[in-house]
Design a binder for this molecule. Structure first.
Ligand code: GCU
Length: 677
């Protein structure tokens, strides 16, 4: 039904007058009849989608064709059935060719997965009322387009806001894997080809025989969608689960244990994508315990999965969470480069170092991680968060594509040459064989998947940008809105307006000028708590006192973090004059009276921005209200509830932050709003 959130953007709602504008082919030919194959899935999906959009039931065959058909298959299958065809020559893995010209619609993939992506593309066009005749090729920007899910074996999800796990229950893989299959379908439609299904803080019991069997069941229902399953590992498993006396990566018995375990898993999941590893971070075990390097650790897994074609995603999120704040040279933001710089070139070819977009932790504003331009002989990927851990946890609307694009488009100027983050992680810039993106999604059993209907634009945008980082944030939204809410222009304009204002608004009423999000950082990461940033070993410090605020990350006087960037960028961040205002307090410790480029003082900017951001959040309520009657009641009410909450919470944010810095600095607000309560 129109209200069923679990269909997300795959509703295939009837398009008004579709038949008048488009003469449909008479049948579907899916050039593979094996039920677990993505091409078979494509045939079924085309049938279902066309039924929804046109109310016409087409037959699906696996061979032959009538006078006009929708043909979907791989290049190989197509040429075997109908002879060679030049149009597909430029296709790369997972890429597709779509032609709606002539009597047949041709949807041809380099591989099966690509063919399925082409079928989803065709359906998406139809569902958006695009009946143009044309043909084109589409290839992915990068080979790795994965999600990470932080699900625990007990069914809870770390930083998940959409209910309990769809994968695990009571310590085991869930008996019912229907929802996992539905999720794989959504992921395939946005061209995601891999999924890590368990928390990076991994539980060793995932490796039990019963759970390996469960992994097999999950992989079986995702395989028809071309989504490969992978898992997070706990580094200490040989000892804590396998009963060995050590987990030293250079101990042959440990190595043999992993080889064995890996072979057992691959027996049940022959196409497993690989492993994700969080080691020596936030209390997790790792190779450093044995004075081995992180590369020694990563390569141990790489050897185990190599014969099976698997990949190791090794996280760069390694830092000491007990650092001493009284030393002004200490800086958590330096950790990734410090840990990984000397390991460049020492990782096996099937290892990818997975780097969070910024040097700290998914904050509302961070510069790109300096590690992207540091590793030249190592494949890398970017880690983004679709689950907005620090960004309102889906109780606030925060559309993330513009944030991600700022990082992906960022030119790191490695060797003084154009070196965008997007072209580094694709492998192109440093000529690496692997690379791509990992999005931490954390869907749950809630019918909205993420806990909020509007938050699904972020998942949709994640897929779109993993495939093509040059895609435009508004175009992505427009498509998603049409597919999710239909054709009403006012609905589209309104959701676009709200979404595009949402990240700047959240930044304004949470933490601005690069000071970070100012949430409570001890555990919840939700709601204002500027005092919690300092006075602990987590290293997300603001160093705010009565007179001044910000981290001095300069080389000349501070932690030296600015110097981790390539010379052009380093110079920009080293100097206050050339540091953009929105990163001023990230790189510099300044007086509250320091003037910004706008002419305002830092403190007055704080006051004003918090008022502005909260005022914008108030407008989301009336904007949404203007759509009453244009969106079905269930979704209208659900979203209204959240917008009202956000409007209220933004006032709490505004007043807490402003009051806190007013109390600290005792500098009056020029507009006399703060401090008079
Ligand atoms: C954040 C998050 C943790 C998570 C960690 C990680 O710190 O709050 O829940 O485990 O990142 O990415 O490993």
């Amino acid at each position: 039904t129109a209200e069923d959130g679990s269909q997300a953007w795959l509703r295939y709602a009837p398009v008004p007058n579709a038949n008048r504008y488009h003469s449909l082919p008479l049948s579907i030919v899916a050039l593979n009849s094996t039920k677990s194959s993505p091409v078979y899935t494509a045939g079924q999906e085309l049938q279902k989608g066309i039924k929804g959009i046109f109310q016409e039931q087409l037959n699906v065959n696996s061979a032959g064709k009538g006078s006009s058909s929708i043909i979907v298959g791989t290049i190989d299958a197509y040429s075997k059935a109908y002879g060679d065809c030049d149009e597909f020559k430029e296709l790369e893995d997972d890429g597709f060719y779509l032609s709606t010209e002539g009597r047949d619609v041709k949807i041809i993939g380099k591989n099966e997965r690509g063919a399925l992506y082409g079928a989803f593309e065709y359906l998406s066009r139809l569902a958006q009322g695009n009946f143009a005749s044309d043909s084109y090729l589409a290839n992915p920007h990068a080979p790795i387009r994965w999600t990470n899910e932080w699900d625990n074996m007990d069914g809870s999800i770390e930083r998940g806001y959409g209910g309990p796990s769809i994968f695990f229950q009571n310590g085991y893989v869930a008996d019912n894997v229907t929802r996992a299959a539905e999720y794989a379908r959504l992921l395939a439609s946005i061209r995601i080809n891999g999924i890590i299904i368990n928390n990076v803080n991994a539980n060793v019991t995932l490796l039990s025989a019963r759970n390996i069997e469960g992994l097999g069941r999950l992989a079986d229902v995702m395989r028809p969608y071309g989504v490969q399953l992978g898992i997070s590992l706990n580094f200490s498993s040989p000892q804590s689960f396998g009963g060995l006396s050590s987990y030293d990566p250079l101990d042959p018995s440990v190595d043999a244990w992993w080889t064995n375990t890996t072979n057992t898993i691959y027996k049940r999941v022959p196409d497993m994508a690989g492993y994700l590893v969080k080691a020596n971070s936030e209390g997790q075990p790792g190779p450093l315990t044995y004075n081995r390097t992180l590369a020694d650790g990563a390569n141990m897994f790489a050897r185990a999965v190599k014969p099976h074609g698997g990949v190791i995603m090794f996280r760069a999120f390694v830092y000491d969470n007990h650092i001493n704040e009284s030393n002004w040279k200490n800086d958590r933001a330096n950790a990734a480069v410090e840990f990984f710089k000397d390991l460049d070139g020492k990782f096996d070819e099937n290892v990818v170092v997975q780097i969070k977009y910024g040097p700290i932790d998914f904050q509302v504003r961070e510069p790109a991680s300096p590690l992207f331009s540091t590793l030249r002989n190592t494949s890398t990927s970017i880690e983004l968060q679709v689950t907005p851990e620090y960004l309102g946890q889906n109780c606030h609307l925060v559309y993330l594509a513009p944030l991600w694009k700022e990082i992906l488009d960022f030119d790191t100027r490695a060797d003084n040459k154009s070196s965008k983050v997007s072209n580094i992680i694709s492998g192109q810039r440093f000529k690496r064989p692997l690379g791509g993106s990992a999005g931490v999604v954390n869907v749950g059993t809630n019918t909205t998947w993420l806990g909020s209907h509007l938050a699904m634009s972020n998942l949709y945008a994640y897929g779109a940008l993993a495939w093509d980082p040059s895609a435009d944030s508004v175009d992505i939204l427009r498509e998603w809105i049409r597919l999710t809410f239909g054709f009403d222009e006012k609905v589209s304009d309104t959701i676009i307006e709200m979404s595009m204002k949402s990240w700047p608004a959240y930044e304004n009423y949470s933490g601005n000028l690069g000071i970070q999000t100012l949430t409570d950082i001890i555990y919840t990461h939700f709601g204002p708590n500027p005092a919690s940033q300092d006075g602990n070993g987590w290293g997300q410090w603001t160093r705010a006192d009565k007179f001044s605020i910000g981290m001095d990350r300069t080389v000349k006087n501070g932690t030296g973090n600015a110097g981790q960037y390539s010379p052009e960028v380093a110079q920009r961040y080293e100097n206050i004059e050339t540091t953009p205002d929105n990163l001023l307090l990230w790189f510099h410790h300044v007086n509250y009276t320091q003037k910004l480029k706008s002419g305002k003082s830092v403190i007055q900017h704080f006051y004003d921005a918090h008022y502005e951001g909260a005022a914008t959040a108030q407008t989301f309520v009336s904007l949404w209200e203007s759509l009453k009657g244009k969106v079905d009641e269930e979704r209208y009410n659900h979203i209204m509830f959240r917008q009202v909450f956000q409007a209220g919470h933004s006032l709490v944010w505004r007043d807490s932050i402003n009051q806190f810095y007013h109390n600290l600095s005792e500098i009056p607000d020029e507009a006399k709003r703060v401090g008079n309560h």
